[in-house]
Design a protein around this ligand. Structure first.
Ligand SMILES: *Cc1c(COP(=O)(O)O)cnc(C)c1O
Length: 377
């Protein structure tokens, strides 16, 4: 019996850094400073340096990062936020949670990212923010619309939960995920490409006033303990998680490179088996540094393929089986099937294959071999 191939193997990653992690967690235990201990501001500083100097504020999850970002921008009932229907639920729920209205626009069939031109044409006098997602680890090509949004006073809030370390070169400039728009949101959920050992998140902002507001909102809206200017959240990053993340951030570039190497190997293996055209490998736009948080193909007879692979011990996942505009909890928005055909088509045809820094060539050969066998039937 051959070993099962998981979509992600966190154990192999942990084995590489076990000692460093042990030391970092033990140091927090010795200090007994579990809330806002010194690792939290140190991690924020390191993230800020990594992200071109943007202010970084750690918080309790990626979902909270999105909520805090929109709260700091004063988004409320009556406001509209333009976003993608092809994403994780939190991208849209943060908007309705504040009583505002998500306005969905369809995605690009090649990159699965929001179509920036469609986003621009969805602007109304009520639009307060534009919330693109860098889906699966590749930046959306926003350069054509950034200035337009700015000129209309619409904030650009990046959902960079899947894209820590990804960038896009436009002209001579490198734009980093989460440091391109006005505000960036990150998740450190354990399965993200920079993940901690529990829940965690981070918000970034260029504007110091916005950053200060976020800092306050994450601690119940208080600048000084017990004096509350507004009602915020309890959304701090635990010191233990910050200590873990500081260790992992030091290795992130190497791990992102390894993910890219795995993506390159998949492409070569698909080409070797003559599968390109039958399946569609992920498209990386020129100038993009895609970090392959997920390696997502388009595959005919997707559900059958997934079951076939599963029988052979090859795990795969469907991101996302139901477009956000079709979710029951958003039925009050009045969208219907057919409103966003690309997103709906992707929900029916994409499959995420195993990808993680430590995946081996043999495992990838088995994955591609299984796919080849399925389509030869
Ligand atoms: C994971 C994720 C989030 C939410 O992050 P949590 O830390 O799980 O709350 C938001 N948006 C996207 C695109 C994500 O992938």
């Amino acid at each position: 019996m051959t070993a099962k191939i998981p979509t992600l193997d966190l154990t192999r990653n942990y084995e590489r850094i076990r000692e460093e992690i042990g030391q970092a967690i033990n140091a927090v235990l010795d200090s007994q400073q579990f809330i806002m201990g010194p690792d939290v501001p140190a991690f924020e500083k390191e993230c800020s340096a990594y992200l071109d100097g943007i202010s970084a504020i750690a918080c309790a999850s990626g979902t909270d990062a999105l909520v805090l970002a929109l709260m700091a921008l004063d988004i409320k009932e009556g406001d509209e936020v333009i976003t993608t229907p092809y994403s994780f639920f939190a991208t849209a729920s943060c908007i309705t949670r504040l009583g505002a209205t998500p306005v969905f626009v369809d995605v690009d069939p090649e990159t699965f990212n929001i179509d920036p031109e469609k986003a621009l044409s969805a602007v109304t006098p009520r639009t307060k923010a534009f919330l693109p997602v860098h889906i699966f680890g590749q930046l959306a090509p926003l350069e054509t619309v950034m200035d337009e949004f700015k000129a209309r006073g619409i904030a650009v809030v990046e959902d960079a939960a899947q894209a820590f370390g990804a960038w896009r070169k436009t002209g001579d400039e490198i734009k980093r995920a989460g440091a391109w728009g006005d505000v960036g949101c990150f998740s450190f959920f354990p399965t993200k490409n920079l993940g901690c050992y529990g829940d965690g998140g981070m918000i970034t902002a260029w504007d110091e006033k916005t950053a200060a507001s976020m800092r306050k909102l994450r601690v119940h809206g208080a600048d000084a303990t017990y004096f509350h200017d507004e009602v915020g959240l309890n959304s701090r990053l635990d010191s233990i998680q910050a200590a873990v993340l500081r260790v992992k951030l030091r290795h992130l570039e190497e791990w992102n490179e390894e993910r890219r190497r795995a993506a390159g190997r998949y492409y070569a293996l698909f080409a070797e088996k003559g599968l390109i055209g039958t399946i569609t490998p992920p498209a990386e736009l020129p100038g993009n540094y895609h970090i392959y948080h997920q390696y997502v193909i388009k595959a005919p007879r997707r559900d059958e393929l997934q079951a076939f692979l599963e029988e052979r011990g090859i795990t795969s996942r469907v991101y996302y089986p139901l477009s956000l505009h079709m979710q029951k909890c958003f039925s009050f928005l009045g969208y219907k099937e057919g409103d966003f055909p690309v997103s709906e088509q992707l929900s029916a045809s994409t499959l995420a294959l195993p990808v993680f820094p430590e995946i081996t060539m043999e495992e990838q050969q088995r994955v591609v071999g299984g796919i080849a066998e399925f389509y030869q039937k």
